[in-house]
Design a protein around this ligand. Sequence first.
Ligand code: ZN
Length: 279
Amino acid sequence: MIALMLVVVFCLTLTAAPAQAKLILPGAADQPFAPWMPQSATTGITLDVPILMYHQVGSYPGRYNVPRQTFETQMAYLAQNGYTSVSIDQIAAALRGQGGLPPCPVAITFDDGYTSAYSNALPILQQYGLRATFYVVAGYVGMSQRFMNWDQVRDLAARGMWIGSHSYNHPYLARSPRASLPRQIVDSKAKLESELGVPVTTFAYPFGSYSLAVMHAVTEAGYVAGVWTGYGPHQAEDRIYKMPRYAIYNWVSQRRFEAQLPRHGPNGSGMCPSAPPPQ
Ligand SMILES: [Zn+2]
């Protein structure tokens, strides 16, 4: 009898295991990425704002380096076809039901704080009346010619660009000791805000490396949203700390670039000017 009870208990444990495993696997497609958020807080709002992820702009080797002319063609397309650049904060507010978005929004982001983004991308953004979010690694600023210095990052902010945190020194956060998270997530925000005098409210996970503990720390630090390197067009409130982006590599053709952009505004609220007439 005791043996039978032990078998039953063992079987129940086995049956319960997948539910527990599901909770700790943030990569599962159907799992909310912020399970600590009370369900009552969710709005159920979903959006399809393309969030473009760039790194360097210029004639450098490597897939993360988009040639200047390619970048200009992409920005010209956005400007000439009625897209309006928005911040990640604006997307987060819209998901929370706290604000609207303009027709045909697009979010342009740059990771790492490379000097080439300042020297080559900023003039083109300004030429076409576009704004971008620059995810800066606080500890890399001024470290070498490759990365912007504080004056350049301040200039970005002064010219209407948004600044987000990309950690203090770019570790794989999911593999980092928990004790190191405050420096990467809290101190990087404080350093950027004190140097720049502007609020820094969104976070980009270095290497797209995240975990529930990391996302929780980002939430606790006061960030309103997080972006990563995952590919995808959709945003939802329960995934607000893990918004996917479109990586724009140097091999992305203009046709592919345009194909990634939606033909409608948020939730189908009107056609973008570039959209062909319905069939
Ligand atoms: Zn990075």
